[in-house]
Design a protein around this ligand. Structure first.
Ligand code: PHE
Length: 528
């Protein structure tokens, strides 16, 4: 597998950590996490989230990085390189899928029938390479609508700079937001601009593009965030908001809370769709994978927490509704900035923060597609970037237009309704639901099963050990106890608990089981 010598690599592990944290830190942290935590028990939810990040996010992130570094390939190539020539499990999945596809077709559900039958046949033919295909498709689809939202952050940044965000009340902010997103010309223009920014970075390659910009943008993001936290926490009445966000309310914790937390964690950590595999494929062998994956998890979680400490103190200080949910960022916050001293400055900082976060995430999505085009089709980076960037931008146009007025693209609208007998509010909503409910969870589940049972933890651990300086096999309680140099513990102890053992058990049992629960919940099988 060392035949990929020409592959570009990160300049150092800091570049990898910042770029991967850049992928993870995005709209999911700044916009979604705070309001979900606020609605689901505050500090109690945060505790559950922290546990999941550690117990599930970390093992899965490690698995994805290992797949990438071992194979030195994009997700499709990575799964193909490790694909077993025969696989009973793939047959056990493929045959029932194909059969149910035929049944669904017989029921007259053409769209679903063809999708399920096609999926089943593909699993039978390609086995685990299908996971890579699914991941790449997810990246393509997510970026197409993520970029539309990215465009809004760009638009709001511009408006803040021009002092146009000073709304008298939330109603006015709502009207302005509605006008912006239902005005396809404007929405499209900023979507294309945002895509252009991503293309520009990916075009320049890993070191000169992705890594260089991560090293500029991520420190800028942390700095802006700290300034905003300080501003928010010193507002009169800020503590009320901190309490809402962090005070544990255990009465709000139900079975469903765990599922919400896990789904949020997957999206926020960019897991289940190949971006981390791709970034891992640019890693050198001397990098400590335990250390780098923990750093990414910690940074992502920290930013989510700090974002909450910006938003809720401000919301409470100005007596706004904390449960506004999705409208919080584009409607409630601008109103608050409008009432603050130096409001335009804070608004600009906030939307610049949001835009940078979205940008570095979108870069990782584009890089996932570009690396696939380069490895699989043999294209040069420049061609791969321009062609895939163009194709994704084109699909994004459909999302942008569909928010303004679904019926404008009447043919497609009718085709979606007829093929899938569902009428989503817009193409944008369809893309969002299909990717996060289905594709990410399926991708994450398949990754765990593949690494845990098919490729095998044994081989994965050989790769993880490389560059990890013995940490995989250290009896870690002895580290915690400060006894790791103790003669007694430095020799093999039977039954000692090591990170390698813990990781293996988690990736084989705990993570797949937990993800399966989320998946069942997402498709409504648990009645949630
Ligand atoms: N993690 C990003 C966020 O929090 C979203 C994302 C998902 C980015 C999947 C890349 C891949 O917004």
């Amino acid at each position: 597998m060392a035949d990929n010598r020409n592959r570009e690599h990160w300049g150092g592990s800091l570049g990898f950590v910042l770029a991967t944290a850049g992928s993870a830190i995005g709209l999911g942290n700044i916009w979604r996490f705070p309001y979900i935590a606020g609605q689901n028990g505050g500090g109690a939810f945060v505790l559950i989230y922290l546990a999941m990040a550690l117990l599930i996010g970390l093992p899965v992130m490690l698995s994805e990085i290992v797949l990438g570094r071992r194979t030195q390939r994009n997700p499709i190539g990575a799964f193909r390189a490790l694909n077993p020539p025969q696989c009973a499990l793939a047959r056990w999945i493929g045959i029932p899928l194909a059969v149910s596809g035929i049944l669904v077709l017989l029921l007259g559900q053409w769209g679903w029938g063809i999708l399920i039958l096609g999926g089943g046949l593909l699993v039978l033919r390609k086995r685990w390479t299908v996971v890579g295909l699914l991941a790449s498709a997810a990246a393509f689809m997510i970026l197409s609508y993520y970029s539309v939202v990215g465009g809004w952050t760009l638009l709001y940044m511009g408006r803040a700079a021009l002092g146009q965000l000073a709304f008298a009340d939330v109603e006015a902010a709502k009207t302005a937001f509605g006008a912006a997103v239902t005005h396809p010309g404007q929405s499209i223009l900023f979507h294309l601009l945002f895509m252009g920014l991503c293309v520009a970075v990916v075009f320049a390659g890993i070191r000169k593009g992705v890594e260089r910009w991560a090293k500029i943008l991520m420190p800028a993001l942390f700095a802006m965030l700290v300034v905003l936290v300080l501003r928010a926490l010193t507002l009169p009445g800020a503590m009320e908001g901190v309490r809402f966000f962090l005070a544990p309310d255990f009465s709000k914790i139900t079975g469903r809370t765990f599922l919400v937390a896990l789904g949020q964690m997957f999206f926020s950590m960019s897991l289940g769709m190949g971006a981390v595999i791709v970034y891992g494929s640019y890693l050198q062998k001397d990098v400590n994978l335990f250390r780098t994956s923990s750093a990414v998890i910690i940074l992502d979680t920290l930013v989510a927490l700090l974002a909450g400490l910006v938003i809720f103190p401000a919301v409470f200080a100005f007596g706004m509704e904390p449960t506004a949910g999705t409208g919080l960022v584009f409607q409630v916050l601008p109103t608050i900035f409008g009432q603050m001293n130096l409001g335009a400055l804070w608004a600009f900082l906030f939307f610049a923060l949001l835009m940078v976060a979205a940008w570095t995430s979108a870069i990782s999505l584009l890089e996932t597609i570009v690396s696939a085009a380069m490895d699989e089709l043999g294209w040069a980076r420049h061609k791969a970037t321009l062609v895939s960037g163009g194709a994704i931008a084109a699909l994004g146009l459909v999302s942008a237009v569909s928010i303004a007025d679904w019926s404008r693209i009447e043919g497609l609208h009718r085709a979606v309704v007829a093929l899938f007998t569902t009428a989503p509010d817009s193409f944008f909503d369809l893309m969002d639901a299909v990717t996060s409910n289905w594709m990410l969870t399926l991708g994450g589940l398949a990754t765990c099963i593949f690494v845990g049972w098919i490729w095998g933890t044994q081989r994965a651990m050989e790769e993880i050990r490389e560059g990890s300086g013995g940490i995989a096999d250290a009896p870690w309680l002895s580290w915690a106890a400060g006894l790791h140099q103790d003669e007694h513990y430095s020799r093999e102890l039977p039954g000692k608990l090591t990170l390698a053992l813990l990781w293996g058990v988690f990736v084989r049992f705990v993570c797949p089981a937990a993800i399966l629960l989320v998946f069942l919940n997402a498709i409504g099988a648990l009645g949630g």
